[in-house]
Design a protein around this ligand. Structure first.
Ligand code: SF4
Ligand code: SF4
Length: 484
């Protein structure tokens, strides 16, 4: 039996989404997730069909427009206003039922190798994705976009065939890492409703499972779970708990990033340098992805190619992305952590200081992602209408949805979009300044040491804001849409 002696302290009463009429009963229904995943599977099938067989023009194809304009925009929106909705409805996880069935019959199950950093493969895949998105112009190619989606299905199936639990979600999926990290600033979390009930619970079905419902396959034991890290919102714990004691609860966005508690399935954040590094790669990735779409990157590429005598773009981009995603973040953050330690007279090692303060970077990273995706979404949201009109016309041979309106594209003007982008960037800055201040207060204790230990981080975040605004003020490529 699992002991609950170090159960967390009770939280203030929160608002539970599962108590809402209609939505609550639906989400409590055992097959709610497969139902939502099935809808998304149909969307994925449409994407694959058009991506492989449809017109190979980005602005005319469902694969490129839906994946690079709409999916990313809605994903960020869902994280900011709800939680990890896109892991909840993820269609890549549907075929894994088959993988688990085969795994049990063929006795293939094995644990994740302990010598591998838990987020190591995901970080490598994220860096590869950021580079390949530019090097192979994924946004421009319906065919390659469809291959990426198909590859995802295959990778998820194979990983879950050979490894126990939800190894693909926890250790490999780059989109999942993005969702799980940025859901730390979401306004809801999957959590225990009444700690008292857990204290007296003997079966612990939320982790052990019952009646064919798996317990948490990401190894998050509800009474000791903190926040949304590593949580896919799969609802298994909601369905497995015999006391209906797990809910989707409201909470203060980002507050979990301050928690120093040992987290179930994760450990202490201050001891997880791989998670700190994931935060760095995703935060700087936000800036690098946007930087890859503005004119100065082409000037930099041309200059580097001339200096290094390179004729193809891929190695030049590889150099830019390795520096921008690994070398520069490590150098900047190490310098900042060193200055912070000196100012705050902290006793922690440099690595511990980085791991302690890295969560403070989550809001500004999220702000930059939101600003970037807002640009593509608001400049191309309506492009899906003519794409669907054209798809129906070409597939069925009749214009059931009317003649394609290729003049439709943006929802807002470029000036209005700039206001939205600035809002997200400044909101991210404020979040990071506040979080890092509170972290500094935990680490350095006295007010003077807190201020001196916080100033280097505040300077870094202001630099990031300046870089973000500079990027957004540059003309950005319209991707997946026609530019009139
Ligand atoms: S099964 Fe329910 S009551 Fe028991 S420990 Fe898990 S969440 Fe608490
Ligand atoms: S805690 Fe585990 S079982 Fe519950 S929603 Fe999150 S990932 Fe799923």
């Amino acid at each position: 039996m699992i002991r609950t002696s170090s159960i967390q302290t009770p939280r203030p009463r929160a608002w539970n989404l599962l108590n809402l009429p209609w939505l609550g009963p639906f989400l409590r229904w055992r097959y709610a997730r497969p139902a939502m995943q099935s809808v998304m599977l149909l969307v994925a099938a449409l994407l694959l069909f058009d991506g492989f067989l449809g017109p190979q023009l980005a602005y005319k194809n469902i694969a490129t427009v839906s994946a690079w304009v709409h999916y990313r925009g809605f994903l960020m929106l869902a994280l900011l206003v709800f939680g990890n909705f896109f892991c909840m409805v993820c269609p890549f996880m549907l075929p894994r039922k088959g993988a688990k069935w085969l795994q049990a019959r063929l006795h293939l199950a094995r644990g994740w190798p302990t010598w591998l950093p838990q987020k190591g493969i995901a970080i490598v895949l994220l860096v590869l994705f950021f580079w390949s998105y530019e090097a192979f112009n994924l946004w421009k190619s319906p065919w390659l976009t469809a291959w990426v989606a198909l590859g995802y299905f295959g990778a998820a199936f194979l990983t879950d065939l050979f490894f126990k639990g939800a190894a693909f979600c926890k250790h490999i999926c780059p989109v999942g890492q993005f969702n799980m990290l940025y859901s730390t600033i979401s306004p809801t979390e999957i959590a225990v409703v009444e700690m008292d009930i857990c204290e007296s619970c003997v079966t612990k079905d939320c982790i052990a499972g019952r009646d064919g419902i798996p317990g948490c396959e990401l190894h998050l034991f509800q009474p000791k779970k903190v926040g949304n890290l590593d949580c896919t919102f799969c609802l298994d714990c909601v369905h497995a708990c015999p006391y209906d004691n797990v809910g989707i609860l409201s909470r203060v966005p980002g507050a979990e990033l301050l928690s120093t508690a040992r987290r179930s399935g994760i450990g202490r954040l201050s001891e997880r340098f791989d998670i700190a590094f994931l935060i760095l790669v995703l935060s700087f990735g936000a800036f690098m992805q946007a930087f890859g779409m503005i004119p100065p990157v082409y000037e930099l590429e041309a200059w580097l190619a001339a200096r290094l005598g390179l004729r193809t773009e891929a190695p030049v981009l590889a150099l830019i992305f390795v520096v921008g995603l690994i070398v520069l973040p490590l150098a900047l953050v190490s310098g900042t952590a060193w200055l912070s330690q000196r100012g705050g007279r902290g006793m922690e090692s440099l690595k511990e200081t980085i791991a302690r303060f890295a969560p403070g970077m989550v809001p500004i990273g999220a702000g930059m992602w939101a600003a970037h995706y807002a640009f593509h979404f608001f400049s191309g949201a309506l492009a899906l209408i003519p794409v669907l009109q054209s798809f129906i016309e070409e597939t069925i041979g009749a214009d059931l949805l009317g003649k394609p309106r290729w003049d439709l594209a943006g929802l807002l003007t470029l000036n209005q979009i700039l206001v939205v982008e600035s809002f997200f960037l400044y909101a991210g800055l404020l979040g990071s300044l506040l979080l890092s201040w509170l972290i500094a207060a935990q680490v350095y204790r006295t007010q003077r040491r807190t201020l001196l230990g916080w100033l280097p981080w505040a300077t870094l975040f202001l630099l990031m804001l300046g870089t973000g605004m500079w990027i957004m003020l540059n003309p950005m490529e319209m991707r997946g849409t026609i530019c009139f």
